[in-house]
Design a protein around this ligand. Structure first.
Ligand code: ZN
Length: 148
């Protein structure tokens, strides 16, 4: 049949405490000055093959941001790795916003950041205004979000 093998375990398991941290930081479902520019948070947890478990989220203050980009000093990523490491977790991805009328998708710079910082991890993209959320793997493919 040539049917493609699909792993039904593939996806990102997201704990409520981690979800709450970045959704509040992003001002989900509200329009405010602070969320008119892109925002980003580091995600901590573990990776088992195609399964990514996110247990922690750490908002990262941006050095520069606009409605279409966010820049975080490199040392903040190392700081996030250290914080996660204290509880045995690793940097497994990021959550960032695409504000305003933007759709939730992997831009070329999102693909680059994902492959550099957490090659087997996840990019969660949130539009707090349109109230949409999506998770993407290193190939830019949408993967399911499972809340736990
Ligand atoms: Zn993006």
């Amino acid at each position: 049949m040539g049917k493609k093998k699909i792993s039904d375990k593939a996806g990102v398991y997201l704990t409520y405490p981690a979800l709450k941290i970045f959704m509040e930081y992003f001002g989900y479902a509200s329009e405010q000055d602070f969320n008119s520019c892109e925002q980003i948070a580091a995600l901590g947890g573990e990776i088992n093959g195609d399964t990514i478990i996110v247990r922690q989220a750490l908002p990262l203050p941006a050095a520069a941001a606009s409605a279409g980009h966010v820049a975080v000093p490199g040392e903040l990523w190392f700081w996030a790795m250290q914080v996660f490491g204290k509880s045995g977790a690793k940097l497994v991805g990021s959550a960032h916003t695409h504000p305003g009328s933007l759709n939730v998708f992997m831009s070329s710079s999102d693909m680059e950041a994902n492959s550099l910082l957490f090659p087997d991890g996840v990019s969660i993209i949130v539009n707090p205004h349109r109230q949409i959320i999506g998770a993407f793997n290193k190939n830019g493919r949408k993967i399911p979000i499972i809340l736990k």
